[in-house]
Design a binder for this molecule. Structure first.
Ligand code: DTR
Ligand code: CA
Ligand code: ZN
Ligand code: ZN
Length: 452
């Protein structure tokens, strides 16, 4: 890909780019009245205070994986749709959930000439008109036991459900957990489930959280780019434990959340990667091996209990439980605090060119902006080190959010910055100003958000 060629040549120019930038910032920076003398560092938002979820013991999750492995080994080496290993997996889960006090339902469907099963587990209580769901597909491909794909998601969802029972948790919302059949044949089980809900039943589902491959041996930490509140819940959790995340931009159509999204239900989820190769930038960020697939045993017979990264499985299991607690205790899945304004129009950023802006015209507020104004920045751009990012207040004051950094070769800027804007009037036109200060890599402003 030419991108690598340009990146190699970029290293030779990186130094000049940085020097050029130093001159630019020294000379051309606007004479901002309120620009802070030092850059406003991106603040990793603390985990929401509602995070009262218990820690999920990864040993418990792994014990379920061992059971799935035994089931596959005793049933032709897989847990695929239409095969005895799949039904045995359903029976294993159902016994655990029944013993834990759940109301379970086995929903039967037929596809590809075989009978398939969804397992639904309702936790008694909560507002029946606000149902939060978490799910995972339980079937493997026929070529292997499917321990990462998707024993990992199935086991983590089970263990979160058992944690709810152990805690005697009684959330505002009604909790429903689900395990889908025949995902590998095309999301068949989850499509059947959603397709058989009445419009009224669908409208009661406040959100669906999906977990498909969350223990990959060479893991990445990906968050689905779908409902913003669900996405923020996961991102804030990982930020709270110091683990950087990336947006999974290829999830659409790739797993069971799609069945819910197509019905207009808010969705989100986590993913640690399949056959795609981990980049060197990602290996720097997450560890593991660059140039190697996140899961080399994807859809293969080697997807066994040895095909799991325990740390990734643990972190994602804990993030799952955190999201179940955080999204079920409140009345709605609206942003937890403050009024949010967002401009999601894409604005192309000229390569090594002039600054461009995304703007928000705020009206109807009183007084000044807060001292902890939350500035949500989402810029899609390779080699983000090219970029200088400023918040421009209605009176023209510039607040530096991000400086250029020639060596920062990672992609995209997805951060929430905290700015002391208490000297600025809240009403007026606020701008997110972005400038690409080095050649070759390009991108665009994806969204600009202010939370007062
Ligand atoms: N289709 C899933 C694996 C998969 C591939 N890309 C994504 C993105 C998000 C979730 C899952 C996946 C499977 O093979 O089950
Ligand atoms: Ca844990
Ligand atoms: Zn699969
Ligand atoms: Zn899967």
């Amino acid at each position: 890909m030419t991108i690598h060629a340009s990146r190699i040549s970029r290293r030779r120019t990186a130094a000049s780019a940085v020097l050029a930038l130093a001159a630019l910032v020294g000379g051309a920076a606007p004479t901002a009245l309120a620009a802070p003398s030092t850059p406003v560092a991106p603040s990793a938002p603390a985990a929401p205070s509602a995070a009262t979820a218990p820690d999920i013991p990864v040993a418990n999750v792994k014990a379920h994986l061992t059971q799935f492995q035994s089931i596959a080994s005793a049933n032709g080496g897989n847990r695929a749709h239409g095969r005895p290993g799949y039904r045995a997996s359903v029976d294993y889960l159902k016994a655990k959930l029944d013993a834990a006090g759940y109301t379970t339902t086995v929903q039967q469907f037929t596809t590809n000439g075989s009978v398939g099963y969804n397992l639904i587990a309702d936790w008694p209580g909560g507002d029946a008109d606000q149902v939060l769901m978490a799910g995972a597909h339980l079937d493997s491909v026929s070529s292997g036991p499917g321990i990462n794909d998707n024993g990992s998601g199935s086991a983590a969802v089970l263990e979160a459900a058992l944690a709810v029972s152990r805690a005697g948790y009684q959330p505002d919302k009604h909790l429903r957990f689900a395990w889908w059949g025949a995902e590998e044949l095309g999301l068949v089980g989850s499509r059947y489930y959603v397709g058989n809900l009445s419009a009224t039943e669908r409208s009661k589902i406040s959100g669906y959280l999906n977990f498909d491959m969350i223990g990959s041996p060479n893991p990445g930490y990906f968050v689905y780019d779908d409902d913003p509140v669900i996405e923020k819940t996961f991102k804030d959790y990982f930020a709270g434990i110091g683990v950087p995340t990336e947006i999974e931009t290829e999830a659409d159509g790739r797993s069971d959340h799609t069945s819910f999204k197509n019905a207009g239900i808010p969705v989100g989820g986590l993913f640690t990667g399949a056959g795609r190769t981990k980049t060197s930038a990602q290996a720097q960020k997450w560890g593991g091996t660059a140039g190697q697939a996140f899961d080399r045993c994807y859809h293969s017979s080697c997807d066994t209990t040895s095909n799991i990264n325990d740390t990734a499985l643990d972190r994602n299991s804990d993030a799952l439980a955190h999201a179940v607690w955080a999204l079920s205790s409140g009345g709605t899945t609206e942003p937890p605090t403050g009024d949010t304004y967002e401009n999601t129009n894409d604005v192309a950023i000229p390569d090594n060119g002039g600054a461009v802006s995304s703007s928000l015209s705020i009206t109807g507020r009183t007084g000044n902006a807060p001292s902890n104004l939350q500035v949500g920045v989402d810029i899609v751009h390779t080699w983000r080190g090219d970029l200088v990012v400023d918040l421009i207040a209605p009176d023209g004051s510039a607040y530096r959010l991000k400086n250029a950094s020639g060596s920062d070769s990672a992609d995209n800027v997805r951060e929430t910055y905290t700015v002391d804007a208490s000297s600025e009037t809240a009403n007026g036109t606020w701008q997110l100003r972005v400038q690409d200060t080095a050649r070759y890599d390009t991108g665009y402003i994806n969204s600009f958000k202010l939370t007062f």
